[in-house]
Design a protein around this ligand. Structure first.
Ligand SMILES: Cc1cc2nc3c(=O)[nH]c(=O)nc-3n(C[C@H](O)[C@H](O)[C@H](O)COP(=O)(O)O)c2cc1C
Length: 187
């Protein structure tokens, strides 16, 4: 199972729409992508809560730990990581729930945008020994249909390629032979 997490809490989020499209595309290849919306409900991280983490935190950690791979789509806010999403990441540090996970960082920002959030996420996942690959599949508001969903065949195909490659990598990787995911760019 691939766990997909959006870094945006916005109702009409392009990042969230891209992940939903990726999940639908993955289903066509019989791949399971489960969308997790925990960043919207996790309490603010405090080390004081680590001894008895709140239930939503435990559920989020379990979901991360059960996933073979993680698909993230995170917008750039104020030259960095959106607070709610960073808060979710902070909750995984003590538990190691994302430690060494294969992670695809999907950027839906227009070309040339979002470099700061990518850099910030890379720094976080370096600390977690994450196995990170970067993908760029630009999505703009006009790419969504009347129902708010992304169905443009070129975008859907690119998203399907992302999940297929992430899944193949996750399945082929063993604890001993960890080959980094190669970064590819879909435009
Ligand atoms: C509070 C805020 C701060 C932002 N800061 C940046 C920024 O520093 N750099 C950037 O390229 N875009 C910035 N943006 C634009 C968002 O990254 C962009 O709107 C993105 O599409 C939001 O993702 P979403 O559609 O999934 O919510 C900002 C947007 C907001 C609301």
């Amino acid at each position: 199972m691939i766990l997909a997490i959006s870094g945006s809490l916005r109702r009409d989020s392009l990042n969230s729409a891209a992940l939903r499209a990726a999940a639908r595309a993955a289903a066509r290849s019989a791949l399971e992508v489960v969308i997790d919306t925990s960043p919207a409900i996790l309490p603010p991280f405090s080390p004081d809560l680590e001894s008895e983490p709140p239930e939503p935190v435990l559920r989020f950690r379990r979901a991360c730990e059960c996933a073979e791979a993680i698909l993230l789509a995170v917008p750039e806010y104020a030259f960095g990581i959106p607070g709610a999403f960073k808060n979710a990441l902070d909750w995984t540090v003590g538990s190691g729930s994302l430690y060494r996970k294969p992670i695809a960082l999907l950027s839906v920002a227009p070309p040339g945008r979002g470099a700061h959030v990518t850099q910030a996420l890379d720094a976080v996942f370096t600390g977690l020994d994450g196995d990170v690959a970067h993908y760029v599949v630009p999505v703009v508001a006009a790419d969504r249909g009347a129902d708010g969903e992304v169905r443009d065949p070129r975008i859907v195909e690119a998203l399907q390629a992302v999940v297929t490659e992430l899944w193949a990598h996750a399945r082929s990787r063993s604890a001993e032979t960890q080959t980094p995911l190669r970064s590819v760019r879909h435009t």
